[in-house]
Each structure stands twice: as C-alpha cells, then as structure tokens.
Design a protein around this ligand. Structure first.
Ligand SMILES: Nc1ncnc2c1ncn2[C@@H]1O[C@H](COP(=O)(O)OP(=O)(O)OP(=O)(O)O)[C@@H](O)[C@H]1O
Ligand SMILES: [Mg+2]
Length: 456
C-alpha cells in the first residue's frame, strides 16, 4: 500500500515541489494550504504522515499540532515540521508538542526522504507492537473459573496487583502460576512497562547470574561489550522469577541483596546499578519445608513471601472443569479452523472423574490432542486418552503385571517415568523432581531404556 503524505504549506511553490518529489518516490500526496484546511484533510483523508510548515497564516503549525493532540492522540499521526533556519526555537517547541522530527528550509531532498521513510517505518512498527501486545494481553486476561476457590485467589491477586509488594505464587505444576503472574502485572500500574520472565531452573549458576545482572565489558573472555541483564531490562516493570525453589544457594544470597536494596553489580563490575522493579516469584515446591531442610534461605523466603497466593489444584475445584474444558476446546478448534466442536456427555463426565495430576496444563494438552486426532465434531471419551499412559480402569490389572519378574519391573519403571514426564509437560527436570530423582540419573535411565528398545 502506498503511504499517503499530507503536505501543509502556505507557499504553493514549496508545496508543489514537495508533491513532485514525494510522488517520484512513490508516495501518495494531499496538499493543504493552511492549518485550518490541514485539520479538515486529516479527518477526510486519514494520511499516514504530515509534513507541516510552522510559519503559516490563520493557524500556525504549532497550533495545528496542539489541536491535533486534543482530537487525536499525538502518536496516531507522525508529524514532521518544516521551519526556516532562523526559527530553531519554534522547531524545538514543536518537538515538545509531539512532532516526530523537524527539517530546516531550504529542504535537502535526500534528507527529506530519509526522515520520512524512518517516521513511516517507526509508525508501522509501533502499530505492530500495539497489535501484538493486545493479542498477548487478551491471551492472559482470560482466567477461566467461577468456583469460590479460584475467585478468592483472583480477588487477592487483583488487590495485590495494585500494591508494589512482592508476590509469591504457590501451587502444583500446571495450576496457573505463570498466568497469574502475567495477570498481576497487567492489573498493576506497571502494565505498560516490561514484564521480564526468568526461569531459575533452566540455567546453571553462572549463566543465571549473567542473565540477571548482565556483565561489564571484559568481565570474562568473550565479553567484548557491556551487556545489561534482565533486572535492568525490566526497569520500571516487573520481574517474574519462575521456579524460584530451584535457585542455587549462593545465587539466593545475591538475589536477596537486590530485593533489599534494589541495587546490584553487573558481573565484573564495580559500580552499583539501581533498579525500580516489582518482584513476582513462583514455585511448585514447598518453600517452608525447603527452608527447614536448609535448601532455601529463610531471609529470602520472607522477602518474597510478602503476599503469597496458593493456586488450588484442579481436582479441588471440579466446578470449573466444564468451563475450562470448553475454553480450551474453543481455543484449539479455532486454531485448527474447526469451529463448532463439542464434547459428548460421557466425555465430559470422564473428565470430571479424572484427578488431573498435571492440572490445567494437562487438561489443555488432552483437549489439544483430542482436537487434532478427532475426525468428527463430537469428542468422545476414547479420544481424550485419559488413560493413555496405562492407567487402568478399576478392577483391571495393569498389563505388565502378567510379565515375568524382571520384565515386569522394567515395564513398570518405564511406565512411571513416561507418566512423570508427561505430567511435567515434557520437562525432564520437573519429572525428575516429581520422582525425587537426580536429573542426571533420570537421563541415564531414559538412555538405558532407549538402548533396550533400539538394540544396535
Ligand atoms: N484459570 C485458567 N483459565 C484459563 N487458562 C488457564 C487457567 N489456569 C491455567 N491456565 C492455562 O494452563 C496452562 C498452564 O498454566 P501455567 O503455565 O500458568 O501453570 P504453572 O502453574 O506456571 O505450571 P508449572 O508449575 O508447570 O510451570 C497455561 O496454558 C495457562 O494459560
Ligand atoms: Mg510455570
């Protein structure tokens, strides 16, 4: 699409000259001879950019800018003002009133085109960001559930959001901790500033330190320039420390310092950097127990635990199940371009009976899989694969019990590992956690199983 530029100048020679140049560069143009006409044309023609002379009769460029800010938000239409060399002060004032840039007369042709192209590009990026942001916000604004349990948590979360206090989100895996963290940020005064997520389990200690605090140039081999860490990137906004229970002990001490003083050193740095951030942390571990066992610093726990919210497991709020199941069905059916899908009554009942150890995440996965696998518009119980991992119906023996001793043990080991991994949403570290195994030991077991399945 051709970008349309509104040229506003009372000097017809300049207006025509600009029109020729812009049309030669493939822009569409409209001309206004003074400020009053400019305001009319903005309404009628919805241009993408305005080139505005400051020195005009009837209504000066500056007055046009000020009126524009009243009728349309300043950022809606990028404005480049044009001024004679002598009136730089006026240009500065125009910038304060919301102009994107200014050009001095006589106009330099190349410079003119560069400034216009940049303004249009920036405007289009801005629109894209706004569009993506509303999409993301929409995704997170939707906390489904009317049960008393979830309502209570939601109300506390909304109240907490209005304060700047640290929030600790607790609850089993898949209960919606991240969703709530994002929602709290959205409901807070910091909503238009960044929310930066740090996954404390995914990184080794040195990497995590680098990621949080950033580093100075020359801090280590390969650090050829200063890099800001996530704490600094979140300036003014919120930091979400996910899986905080998995943070190493030494790093906990460093984090505590940041929480106390909102100050830290970049790796290899001597200067203190200060930040204004709000902290939200989440874990599916029992932190109080971890404190007792000496794995989690008590002082850090108290810092994080100013407001704590516990998300109830799905099995404790069965009332919400139908609404959640339908919500995910709609989402995935829409994505698969198959609107109008529904659950059979029996399928809905089977879901209501099922204990959902992986909570809402498991429910979403089950529904997503059913949408993909199901050919018809009605999802039946067998499409839900609720017992896909060998979970058996009452009264029935698991098939591997009829195997000889060693094979039976192996089959059972495979079964519980597969199940733990599935319930952890494919995340091996979390699966190891559930099984109370070392992550490396679980990896070795998996490797052994794989070798047995696929002998050389
Ligand atoms: N009340 C809810 N309404 C709608 N969707 C939800 C709700 N709660 C959770 N979800 C969805 O369920 C999925 C899992 O939620 P989330 O990632 O927030 O859980 P979590 O507690 O952080 O899990 P984990 O401990 O495994 O990281 C996400 O896709 C999330 O959007
Ligand atoms: Mg999470």
């Amino acid at each position: 699409m051709k970008a349309k530029i509104l040229i506003v100048d009372d000097d017809p020679d300049i207006a025509t000259m600009l029109e020729d140049r812009l049309q030669a560069s493939d822009y569409g143009t409209v001309i206004a001879r003074d400020g009053v006409e400019a305001l009319e044309l903005i309404e009628q023609e919805t241009p993408h950019l305005m080139l505005l002379d400051l020195d005009m009769p009837r209504l000066t460029g500056l007055e046009v800018l000020k009126r524009l800010q009243k009728v349309r938000p300043a950022d809606d239409l990028p404005v480049i003002v044009m001024t004679a060399h002598a009136s730089i002060d006026a240009a500065v004032e125009a910038m304060k009133a919301g102009a994107y840039d200014f050009l001095t007369k006589p106009l330099d042709k190349d410079h003119l085109l560069i400034v216009i192209a940049k303004a249009i590009e920036r405007d289009s990026l801005k629109r894209q960001v706004a569009c993506l942001k509303s999409e993301v916000d929409g995704r997170y604004a939707s906390i489904v559930g009317m049960s008393a349990k979830i309502r209570t948590v939601m109300e506390s979360a909304q109240r907490a959001a209005k304060s700047d206090a640290s929030v600790l989100l607790l609850g089993e895996s898949g209960t919606g901790k991240e969703l709530f963290a994002r929602s709290i940020h959205q409901w807070s005064l910091r909503q238009n500033l960044p929310l930066v997520v740090i996954n404390c389990v995914a990184l080794t200690e040195t990497l995590l330190e680098n990621e949080l605090f950033g580093h100075e140039r020359g801090a280590f081999t390969g650090a050829d320039r200063l890099q800001k860490g996530k704490l600094e990137m979140a300036e003014g906004g919120t930091i979400f420390l996910d899986e905080i229970g998995d943070m190493s002990f030494p790093l906990q001490a460093k984090l505590l310092r940041v929480l106390q003083d909102r100050e830290f050193h970049r790796v290899g740095g001597t200067r203190l950097v200060s930040v204004n951030i709000r902290i939200i942390a989440a874990t599916n571990k029992n932190l109080q127990q971890a404190v007792k066992a000496g794995q989690f610093r008590e002082d850090l726990f108290f810092r994080l635990n100013v407001i704590s919210l516990t998300l109830p497991p799905l099995r404790e709020r069965p009332d919400d199940l139908p609404a959640l199941a339908k919500f995910f069905l709609n989402r995935h059916a829409r994505e698969a371009k198959r609107p109008g899908m529904m659950f059979s009554l029996a399928a809905m009942e089977a879901m209501s009976r099922y204990p959902w150890p992986g909570n809402i995440r498991e429910l979403e996965n089950v529904v997503a899989r059913a949408v993909v696998l199901n050919q018809s518009d009605t999802i039946e119980t067998d499409m839900l694969s609720l017992d896909a991992m060998g979970r058996t119906m009452p009264g029935e023996l698991p098939p591997h019990l009829s195997l000889p001793y060693h094979e039976s043990l192996e089959a059972h080991s495979r079964y519980i590992i597969e199940r733990a991994i599935e319930e952890a949403g494919g995340n091996q570290s979390k699966a190891a956690d559930r099984l109370k195994l070392q992550r490396t030991y679980l990896a070795r077991l998996l490797k052994q199983q794989k070798e047995k399945e696929e002998p050389e």
